[in-house]
Design a protein around this ligand. Structure first.
Ligand code: NAP
Length: 486
């Protein structure tokens, strides 16, 4: 790291699922790669009655589970020396004294507070940190999603946290922005002259953004049933990906230059009027089916789900961006649980040639496209037509594959590793600004309201498929198909 100043990373929710599954393994990897300064300490915070040794033991058990073969005892022994524990009840200000004592031992240290708890605790944590004198002008706070349930609740959380931390100190995580292919999309778009002239309505026919999960709600049914796919995935991840695809070239990679451009896209999204909800959106809910060859229950049979729940586990939307660059180009967004495959990808479909001298019909199979995959593998493919070797002019689709694993042998950072490094370095570029988040809520709310007002149930789909039939119909109305149907 470029600074030797001591840093204390305090993880509220230090015993929770996210900390065990993502944050601590990410920090372990950074430690192994020599990216954590020697004086960096990690303080886990929760209500459990643990001491440092007990916390280290607990983390060790979970780390072996989540790190698998990457768990190496010798590295682990040096990593755990960084781990401390503070027993704090976020709702009880007096319980912050132990944490205050630990942190005050290094008065010159940089403090980062990672709030990996329910957002309902964010205000109390911020208030008590301030009362305990733990927030300095250069302290940082990381907020996990979901930030609110709607615009009003998101504003309330931002107001409360904003009372104690300036906007420049607040890091709202959207871990999709930490993924290598997403940053590579920025690099490809703005580091090369090749794509920019094509990146517009004259050459792009449609854009498809899919984040599909094979899993159901797992053990988080109670949480998911209150949230649903729109709030869990679309309002944040999918709209952020749309912004990265659609934004104008920023003047620099400076955080506000990038975030200003993303905000312009969110503000240019065509709003959903009452009549649009039926024609431009699909919401679904999975029924019993199969996943990985095994029978799986339907959503309503899962633990923690209300038997008459109308929570959507699938969303498909047709978004439109009212700008000169994108007018008339549909951006299809889709996400769901219990889908056929686990895949996260962005597909840019280019228009067909205006006239084929080879007599090839203008069909989607023959169109150029760029496929940016974040899952299961991280690749960028360019689909082109090329001549098949031989004595006749026979054209075949081929794929130019930008295989980053092959091109760059260095270890690639997982999204949380990259974002944690950015927090520690103080780089806000890949974090969501308050006005972006609120603009996203403003666009999403009328869709949620329209679904409620319709009185209709989400459309059923069989677990292990690509969602309800209405999802295909959403594209076929424009004469288009989802990428996997082409
Ligand atoms: P979790 O497993 O339920 O963990 C919650 C953590 O908060 C536990 O460490 C819990 O420990 C602590 N906690 C609860 N009440 C507290 C209080 N009053 N004072 C101090 N600590 C308290 O939740 P999670 O899945 O890790 O999720 C954490 C946050 O990240 C949530 O906002 C979630 O939506 C978000 N998130 C999670 C994931 C994920 O994959 N898990 C992904 C994206 C975002 P004690 O009960 O012992 O105090």
């Amino acid at each position: 790291m470029n600074t030797q100043r001591p840093l204390d990373l305090v993880i509220f929710g230090g015993t929770g699922d996210l900390a065990m599954r993502k944050l601590l393994p990410a920090l372990y990897h950074l430690h192994c790669d020599g990216l954590l300064a020697a004086a960096t300490r990690i303080v886990g915070v929760a209500r459990d009655d643990l001491d440092d040794a007990g916390y280290r033991e607990l983390v060790c058990v979970q780390a072996q589970r989540f790190l698998g073969k990457d768990f190496r005892r010798s590295d682990w022994n040096t990593f755990v020396a960084r781990l401390l524990y503070a027993r704090v009840d976020a709702l009880d200000g007096t319980s912050f004294s132990g944490l205050a004592e630990q942190l005050s031992a290094r008065p010159d240290g940089q403090r980062v507070f990672y709030l990996s708890t329910a957002p309902s605790l964010f205000a109390a944590i911020s208030r008590h940190l301030e009362a305990a004198g733990l927030i300095a002008a250069d302290s940082r706070v990381v907020l996990e999603k979901p930030l609110g349930h709607d615009l009003a609740s998101s504003r309330a959380i931002n107001d409360e946290v904003g009372h104690y931390f300036g906007e420049g100190q607040i890091y709202r995580i959207d871990h999709y922005l930490g993924k290598e292919p997403v940053q590579n999309l920025l690099a490809l778009r703005f580091g090369n002259a090749l794509f920019e002239p094509l990146w517009r309505r004259e050459w792009v026919r449609d854009v498809q953004i899919t984040v599909a999960e094979q899993v159901g709600v797992e053990a988080r049914g109670d949480f998911y049933d209150r949230v649903g796919a729109m709030r869990d995935m679309v309002q944040n991840h999918l709209l952020q990906l749309l912004c990265i695809v659609a934004m104008e070239p920023p003047a620099s990679i400076n955080p506000d230059a990038v975030r200003d451009e993303k905000l312009k896209i969110l503000r240019a999204l065509r709003p959903f009027g009452p009549g649009d909800v039926a024609s431009r959106s699909v919401r679904g809910q999975y029924r019993a089916g199969a996943s990985g060859g095994q029978p799986v229950p339907g959503y309503l049979e899962e633990a923690g789900i209300a038997p008459d729940s109308r929570t959507e586990t699938f969303v498909a939307l047709k978004a439109e961006i009212n700008t000169w660059r994108w007018a008339g180009v549909p951006f299809f967004l889709r996400t769901g649980k219990r889908m056929q495959d686990k895949v996260a990808e962005i597909v840019i479909n280019f228009r067909s040639v205006p006239h084929s001298i080879f007599g090839i019909p203008a069909s989607p199979q023959h169109a150029n496209r760029m496929v940016i995959r974040m899952q299961p593998e991280e690749t960028v493919d360019l689909h082109l037509l090329a001549k098949q070797p031989g004595d006749v002019m026979h054209l075949q689709p081929v794929q130019l594959n930008l295989d980053f694993a092959e091109a760059f042998r260095s270890r690639r950072l997982e999204a949380y590793e990259r974002l944690l490094m950015d927090v520690m370095r103080g780089n806000l570029t890949l974090f969501v600004r308050r006005d972006e988040q609120e603009a996203a809520w403003r666009w999403v709310e009328p869709i949620l309201a329209g679904w409620d007002a319709s009185g209709e149930r989400p459309k059923p789909y069989t677990a292990g498929t690509w969602g309800p039939a209405a999802s295909s119909a959403l594209l076929s109305r424009d004469g288009l198909s989802w990428y996997e149907e082409i």
